[in-house]
Ligand binder design. Structure first.
Ligand code: HEC
Length: 97
């Protein structure tokens, strides 16, 4: 029975962790990015799949875009997100198809 309760504790921690760490898609939504962007159509900003195509093969793209969003240079708004969150979102954007 001891191992059973340990298993439940671990499962509970996993659920709590998932709630804290939002997925990249959830972040894009909760940080307001999807107000101006969509994955596959142009809105106020370019479609993320077009951004991915533009930076295809550019190994520095992730760092450049995170910096642009963090400082609001080369992007209309300064993103209210941590660097880790930005990285996660930019990775997702760059993998859009
Ligand atoms: C107020 C509208 C708006 C919001 C909100 C917004 N964007 Fe943008 N975004 C734009 C526009 C407009 C451009 C095109 C800028 C340009 O080409 O000069 C753009 C461009 C981009 C690009 C491509 C930049 C490049 O160099 O090609 C990325 C990546 C991006 N946005 C990510 C994000 C992320 C991530 C968020 C959320 C944190 C976000 N955007 C929120 C309007 C917005």
């Amino acid at each position: 029975m001891k191992s059973m309760s340990l298993l439940l504790t671990v499962a509970g921690m996993l659920v709590a962790g998932a709630a804290l760490a939002q997925s990249a898609d959830e972040l894009l939504k909760s940080k307001g990015c999807l107000g101006c962007h969509a994955m596959d159509v142009k809105k106020v900003g370019p479609a993320y799949k077009d951004v991915a195509a533009k930076y295809k093969g550019d190994k520095k793209a992730e760092g450049k875009l995170v910096a642009a969003l963090k400082e609001g240079k080369g992007h209309p708004i300064k993103a209210a997100a941590s660097e880790a969150e930005l990285k996660k979102m930019v990775k997702r954007v760059l993998s859009a198809k």
